[in-house]
Design a protein around this ligand. Structure first.
Ligand code: ADP
Ligand code: MG
Length: 262
């Protein structure tokens, strides 16, 4: 069957096999140089197409996740942070806990790497083919309050229930609005045992009653979050201040939490 080049390119476009289309001559040359059989050639072309599609999917999912910036596990200095077990983080990076719909709490004072790990793990989870959405507790509650006021709470909860992993950063840094506890509870109930959640907080779970301004609802929230959960408590000094101290900008004794910005 004789097919001219342009027709073949047209067919590949129609089938959306863009990686094969864009590299057709090179790929066929490569296959022939390697003496691939027809079956091997087909597998080789499929492999290239799948690699391109995966790459595209990851780029798109990273955009949809709305990470505030890029952080990766390779960039995390485990030696500087002995209270974090690298083995446990590697296990979490496999995303098994996300498949199970578990919760992960990263607790600890400012600057110890909670957001860094949350973003890095979120990016790993995307590479494992799950959808992720990153938000801060403050922004999350604000959108829930607004949706509630506009009679669109159901719609908003539906949207927030969709991603397989929801990352809520910085719970406890800023005081939440009075209605926050109830709205947050509805969100957690909606996702419970379906979608995974990763929450970072500078407050221990014992203080969440104060964070939410409602100990009863906070207990109900924690009850669900802690049911299938992994809790990592990070200790130590702020990595940011540590860097500054190293460069001589700060005295060794300076541990003022008030100097920390997040
Ligand atoms: P937190 O969210 O706990 O307040 P961050 O994750 O924002 O802290 O960390 C503060 C800064 O220090 C970030 O730029 C982060 O990448 C960096 N950082 C913190 N801990 C480490 C670490 N162990 N290795 C490398 N960088 C770190
Ligand atoms: Mg943070």
């Amino acid at each position: 069957m004789a097919v001219d080049h342009d027709t073949l390119i047209g067919w590949l476009s129609r089938l959306k096999l863009t990686a094969i289309r864009d590299q057709l001559d090179n790929l066929l040359d490569e296959a022939s140089r390697a003496d691939l059989t027809i079956r091997e050639t087909l597998a080789f072309l499929c492999e290239r197409e799948i690699a391109r599609k995966d790459e595209r999917r990851i780029i798109m999912a990273m955009k949809i996740a709305h990470f505030p910036h890029a952080r990766d596990l390779e960039g995390f200095d485990f030696e500087a942070q002995p209270s974090v077990d690298p083995q446990q983080i590697r296990e979490l990076a496999t995303a098994r806990w996300v498949a199970n719909g578990d919760a992960l709490l990263l607790l600890g004072p400012p600057g110890v790497g909670k957001s860094h790990l949350a973003i890095a793990l979120g990016r790993e989870v995307i590479r494992q083919n799950y959808t992720v959405l990153f938000t801060t507790a403050q922004a999350l509650v604000a959108t829930l309050v607004r949706a509630h006021g506009e009679g669109r709470l159901e719609e908003r909860l539906g949207f927030l229930a969709k991603p397989k992993l929801l990352i809520i950063d910085e719970l406890g840094y800023l005081p939440l609005e009075p209605n926050a506890a109830h709205l947050f509870f509805q969100l957690v109930s909606r996702r419970y045992e379906r979608g995974a959640m990763l929450v970072t907080s500078n407050r221990s779970v014992g203080e969440w009653g104060t964070v939410f301004g409602d100990p009863v609802v906070a207990t109900a929230i924690l009850d669900r979050l802690l049911h299938h959960s992994h809790v990592i408590t990070i200790r130590g000094d702020s990595y940011r201040l540590r860097e500054k101290r190293r460069s001589g900008l700060l005295q060794k004794s300076t541990t003022a939490a008030g100097m920390e910005s997040n």
